[in-house]
Design a binder for this molecule. Structure first.
Ligand code: 6R9
Length: 658
């Protein structure tokens, strides 16, 4: 790690914005000045300028009961109205909102007027199903326009959505439905992935199957979009086809105003324990910061830009920078259903050429996988429309940054490396294009109105050049308002570590360079980052021990060229299992098992069957030693182990398996 950091810290290349870009840039340096002069007044004026308030707010921030914040609490708005109707009212109804490309080549162009009408119909359908303010609706859909429509329709009626990534298993879906107590699930028969229809409805059926324990099921209805055309089972009375009920509903729907602190969504994310956390975001503050950052970080010119964020709506990036930010700003955006290499490795670049995409926002893991294939693939396409590139999800290594800049951005487009989290709701650290001279590998500076520090364990700000922990020192509008149903966990997880200072602890290590620019160094807890997706070691360990063969399991995130980190599991097999079975194929079976339990993204790259795990005297598994083994390093300090010989045994077993 330290050699990697030193290497990063020696990165001195800098790219100043071009004169033309700077001259036409949306963001101006006075944003920093006015935010600095009065942070609350700054956010209040952004909220007034960027959004429509049915009832204007007087109160900006209430921080009298930290860490529970409210923003704009006496104001009222409708999030869907802000993303739809007001653009139509302003005469932009004919502007294309969504340029949708199915993996199989299907295409749809949907204007703001059409999107407003469709969301209105679905809002009626939801109301007819009894959905009202604060009710929860689970959304389990592929990347099709209906995913956006569903989110906005839920928001329009004041209800709360919980989008569950379509790649998650029935068990993961069930846990999320139960935790939130969802009344309706919106899903599809299936969607296209890697050239085939991948079914979704069966997972919903499994999630809702009778549990045989007499527990009351919260879900009353399942609304099903027909996309894959695959056969599905039907539960009369519970299931409804979207195409039966939506077209029949009225396309006129009055968007009622709701208080700014009305919950907008719950999004589950991995924490350090096995149980995913339901991160809660509310309406006014969230939408303000999503819109502000989308406008300024992506230099949005809504009349001429074609924006494309490649994230799935199942992740926070898909919430803030596919659904809410772009639509609040009246942007035209591309949405693509499928995988980047279907049916050919140039698919993304073909889409950029076809729609003349100007702004591309994606993840380092995707960039590295394109690097691996080679520049000849993107170079077959005309990428000259691209004028701005964004990165999110994990640290982007300078090599990938440079490749992104030169091959995709043809040495012209600025790159914004944006640091933020499910919990922060919107971008917190990023260059502003046209203002900041960018540096490969560094996320650089807090956005205007956000206060970030790098501190030591005692909460003291470190000197430039030193490393420490990343904290947010002041409340921000799109901050999480809590963990669904678990206020204690909210306080413990984020606020206890620096309670004396009142700082939010992000869980990331960071360092400031001599210019004061911030470099992110990865998680400091047991959360892994695989292809930009957060996975918890504990969650995968509990899936592994749920298998009949496993006695004990330890999971680590090991460095991986392509995915940033990869899941590597060490498992001890039960004696009883060993006596009755051969170990042939067991590692593969355990990999597949995790994929079924949690979802394919959680499937370990390697599963090693070992006789013992390294533990401290207090019984804590020392994952850092296992990470050394997984990465093929010299094993670090073992003096705190109860049995110092155990690492030699494990190394022997891993070497044999390799
Ligand atoms: C938006 C998103 C959050 C974690 C975060 C950090 C990592 C995100 C990053 C980055 C370095 C960046 N992360 N962006 N690390 N540079 N530009 O990814 O949210 O899924 O909640 O993950 O991702 O470790 O703490 P989420």
């Amino acid at each position: 790690m330290s050699t990697q950091i030193d290497h990063l810290m020696n990165e001195t290349r800098k790219f100043a914005p071009s004169v033309e870009f700077a001259a036409g840039a949306v963001a101006t340096p006075d944003l920093y000045e006015s935010a600095h002069a009065n942070r609350e007044e700054f956010w209040a004026s952004q909220a007034r300028e960027l959004l429509h308030w049915h009832t204007p707010f007087e109160h900006v921030l209430d921080w009298s009961n930290p860490p529970f914040a409210t923003w704009f609490a006496d104001g009222e708005l409708n999030v869907a109205y802000n993303c739809l109707d007001r653009h139509v009212a302003a005469g932009n109804g004919d502007r294309v909102a969504l340029l949708w490309e199915g993996e199989n080549g299907d295409e749809r162009r949907i204007t703001y007027a059409e999107l407003t009408a469709e969301v209105s119909r679905v809002a009626h359908v939801l109301e007819d199903l009894g959905i009202t303010v604060n009710d929860r609706v689970a959304i389990y859909l592929p990347m099709i326009p209906e995913a956006i429509v569903a989110m906005l329709a839920v928001a329009r009626v004041g209800a709360v959505h919980s989008v569950v990534f379509g790649g998650f298993s029935a068990d993961s879906l069930r846990a999320r439905i139960d935790d939130a107590g969802a009344k309706v699930v919106i899903t599809a028969d299936g969607g296209y992935r890697k050239g085939k229809v991948s079914a979704l409805k069966p997972a919903v059926d499994m999630a809702l199957a009778d549990r045989g324990n007499g527990e009351q099921e919260s879900v009353e209805h399942v609304l099903v979009v027909k996309r894959g055309g695959n056969e599905v089972e039907w539960h009369e009375g519970r299931d409804l086809w979207w195409h039966d009920v939506v077209p029949a509903a009225s396309d006129e729907h009055t968007a009622k105003a709701f208080p700014a602190e009305t919950p907008l969504f719950i999004l589950y994310t991995s924490g350090t324990t096995g149980k995913p956390k339901g991160i809660v975001h509310t309406s006014g503050g969230y939408l303000t910061q999503a819109a502000f950052t989308h406008l300024n970080v992506f230099d949005l010119k809504p009349e001429t830009d074609v924006y494309w964020c490649t994230a799935d709506v199942g992740w926070i990036t898909g919430h803030s920078y596919v659904a809410y930010g772009p639509l609040a700003n009246g942007a035209t955006q591309v949405i693509y259903e499928g995988t980047p290499d279907t049916p050919h490795p140039g698919r993304w670049w073909e889409i950029v050429e076809k729609y003349r995409v100007t702004t591309l926002y994606t993840a380092p893991t995707a960039i590295r996988s394109f690097m691996k294939i080679g520049r000849h693939v993107p170079q077959k396409f005309d990428l000259s429309s691209l004028r701005l590139l964004g990165s999110v999800g994990e640290p982007i290594n300078p090599e990938a940054w440079m490749w992104y800049r030169s091959v995709i951005g043809t040495d012209l487009a600025p790159i914004v490396d944006t640091w933020w989290q499910t919990e922060t709701g919107a971008i917190m650290i990023s260059a502003l294009p046209g203002i900041t001279a960018t540096k490969p590998g560094s996320a650089q500076v807090a956005v205007p109105g956000v206060s970030i520090e790098v501190v030591n364990e005692a909460g003291e700000t470190v000197a430039n050049g030193d490393g420490g922990l990343l904290v947010v020192t002041e409340p921000w509008p799109s901050m999480l308002r809590g963990i669904w149903g678990d206020p204690d966990r909210f306080v413990e997880t984020y606020w206890e570590k620096f309670a004396a200072q009142g700082y939010y602890f992000a869980g990331d290590g960071a360092r400031r360079d001599e210019d004061g620019d911030i470099w992110l160094l990865g998680r400091v807890d047991d959360v892994m980052n695989v292809s930009g997706h957060r996975l918890s070691t504990a969650e995968i360990e509990s899936a592994l021990v749920a298998h009949e063969a496993t006695a004990e399991a330890a999971v680590v995130g090991a460095h991986d060229e392509a995915t940033g980190q990869a899941v590597v599991a060490f498992v001890i097999i039960k004696q009883s299992y060993l006596e009755a079975h051969s170990l042939d194929g067991l590692a593969g079976a355990l990999r597949a098992w995790v994929g079924e339990q949690i979802g394919p993204i959680a499937r370990p790259r390697d599963v090693y069957i070992v006789a013992e795990l390294p533990k401290t005297r207090s019984g804590k598994i020392m994952r850092r030693l296992l990470r050394d083994v997984a990465e093929g390093h010299e094993v670090g300090d073992t003096t705190t182990l109860a049995d110092t010989m155990v690492m030699a045994t494990i190394k022997g077993q891993v070497t044999k398996a390799k």
